[in-house]
Ligand binder design. Structure first.
Ligand code: IDP
Ligand code: MG
Length: 136
């Protein structure tokens, strides 16, 4: 089994889409190990998105992810679960995300793309330890 970190971003919570996102994850056969509504601080955002520090969109990304509560979740499934989640999420830019994906069905703007999912098992372990120490 493998675990990955999923975040329903502020736009998802504001729009009442957490149930839709969780429902898709559960219907796929994946299991929630932890889930909590939290407001991410600027410091935690900078650690979580450390790989993007210095990029032109970094400041906007931090403002976005800290603006209102997010639903942070640890999701468990078979080995490769992070890839399954990434496929379910769709492309980073919702304009390019396929229909049937979360972003392709529920979003249209790059800066408001509903969901975060870890991009590798290593990222998953690092990110889970930020939000739920001991659960990776
Ligand atoms: P991901 O969320 O699909 O893993 P990343 O490249 O890790 O995509 O980027 C993290 C987040 O930063 C994206 O989900 C998106 O909200 C934002 N982002 C990424 N690239 C851009 C960009 O070029 N312009 C504006 N926002 C961006
Ligand atoms: Mg990413």
């Amino acid at each position: 089994m493998e675990r990955t970190l999923v975040i329903c971003k502020p736009d998802a919570v504001e729009r009442g889409l957490t149930g839709e996102v969780i429902s898709r994850i559960e219907r796929r056969g994946l299991r929630l190990v932890a889930a909590e509504l939290r407001t991410i601080t600027e410091d935690v955002a900078a650690v979580h998105y450390a790989e993007h520090q210095g990029k032109p969109f970094f400041d906007d990304l931090v403002v976005f992810i800290t603006r209102s509560p997010v639903m942070v979740m640890v999701v468990e499934g078979p080995e490769g679960v992070h890839k399954v989640l990434r496929t379910m999420m769709g492309a980073t830019n919702p304009m390019e995300a396929a229909p049937g994906t979360i972003r392709g069905d529920l979003a249209i703007e790059m800066g408001e793309n509903v969901i975060h999912g870890s991009d590798s098992p290593e990222s998953a372990a690092r990110e889970i330890d930020i939000f739920f120490p001991g659960l990776s």
